[in-house]
Ligand binder design. Structure first.
Ligand code: OSB
Ligand code: MG
Length: 375
């Protein structure tokens, strides 16, 4: 393929309800979309990418304006240089072409996703078949934010359980941990339940965290800091609840290290956090080879990222339900045809590429910024 131009489109989507984690309360999402137009064997093909960087650098060091800047000034120009030097541009070469730029994995992931979408649309192949997905739909879990009160939490969880979500994940932080988990266990019995601390604790909290062992959780996600691989390994040895890492797994190398150290019995795979869907697939392979379970996390994606995540989660090593919920869990109006819950599952799109694209009328309404990076 030859890229003709790349448009960076920022959209603003209000959330149906505020989403509170240990690091922030979000009331809206401003995802950066990539519309990549390329020429493939004489025809023009458009592909889409979605950058999962949040507005502020609170979950990871990346953030919206930084991602847009590095895409505009470094990453997209590098792909133009790559093709001008006479190299073939494929999704599999994107990581290599961008390798000299340190970090910025979410920005790189979005660009690679758009190139992959063009490539697969042109060859009429779906993301799911490219990844080797072995199922047509994936079980759907939901991530539940920190609430104002236990009562309100029980109401929210009850609503998700009634909708058919097959697994509940509770966000926790110091002061909002043992009691909410106990209350949900008591009210909803033995539903599949797990917690996510988003790095809010330290190893000194080990005695407190061990109290979670009483509630038969599927896992505890990222209790300690991003850099605390060794400390997660120490904590894991003192808890019965399986240790799952999110923020710490920034690459396939980090996944291999975490597994070798005993820091992760389970891995939350987020393609944006690890630099792209191809690296995410490598993590799936490493984990499978080591008997480590993986599941697909989420970053409040629009239908674009949701489509790709569902396809990835169709791979056989994704043995736990992911944070791939229906569009209406976060958005009244998604930018694509909405993803809906059907008997606790989300269908994987089967059309070429992502199998979904932004609906032009909706995109026009929610777009807040757009710029073109031409060759
Ligand atoms: O830690 O998994 C996380 C959202 C933003 C940043 C980090 C996380 C999350 C979620 C939401 O838990 C998952 C979703 O998109 O459904
Ligand atoms: Mg997490």
């Amino acid at each position: 393929m030859r890229i003709l131009n790349v448009e960076l489109i920022t959209v603003r989507l209000p959330l149906v309800a505020p989403f509170t984690t240990s690091f922030s309360t979000q009331t809206e999402r401003t995802p950066l979309l990539i519309k990549l137009t390329a020429e493939v064997e004489g025809s023009e093909v458009v592909g889409w990418g979605e950058c999962v960087a949040l507005q502020d650098p609170l979950y990871s060091e990346e953030y919206l304006d930084g991602a847009r800047d590095v895409l505009r000034r470094y990453l997209i120009p590098l792909l133009y240089l790559w093709q001008d030097a006479g190299n073939t541009l494929t999704a599999e070469m994107v990581g290599h072409a961008l390798r000299h730029i340190v970090g910025h994995r979410m920005a790189k992931a979005a660009l690679e996703m758009a190139v992959l979408d063009v490539q697969l649309r042109a060859s009429e192949k779906s993301f799911a078949s490219y990844f080797g997905a072995t199922t047509a739909s994936v079980p759907s879990g939901v991530s539940v934010g920190i609430a104002d009160s236990i009562d309100s939490l029980l109401g929210t969880v009850g609503n998700f359980v009634d909708q058919g979500y097959v697994r509940i994940k509770l966000k926790i932080k110091p002061g909002w941990d043992i009691e909410p988990v106990r209350a949900v266990r008591e009210r909803f019995g033995d539903i599949p339940l797990q917690v996510d601390a988003n790095a809010a604790y330290t190893l000194l909290d080990a005695p407190l965290l061990r109290q979670l062992d009483a509630f038969d959780l599927l896992l505890i996600e990222q209790p300690l800091g991003e850099d605390d691989l060794r400390q997660h390994a120490v904590l894991a040895r003192t808890m019965r609840t399986p240790m799952c890492l999110d923020e710490s797994i920034v690459s396939a190398t980090a996944a291999a290290d975490a597994i070798a150290l005993g820091a992760a019995a389970v891995i939350n795979v987020k393609p944006g956090r690890v630099g792209g869907y191809l690296e995410a697939r490598r993590i799936h392979d490493i984990a499978s080879a080591n008997g480590v379970a993986v599941w697909c996390g989420g970053m409040l994606e629009t239908g674009l990222g949701r489509a790709a995540n569902a396809a990835l989660a169709g791979m056989p090593g994704f043995t736990l339900p992911g944070d791939i919920s229906a569009s209406d869990r976060f958005y009244r109006l998604d930018i694509t045809e909405p993803f809906v819950l059907d008997a606790g599952r989300i269908a994987i799109p089967s059309g070429p590429g992502l199998g979904v694209a932004p609906l032009p009328e909706i995109l026009k309404k929610v777009r807040v910024h757009s710029e073109t990076v031409a060759p």
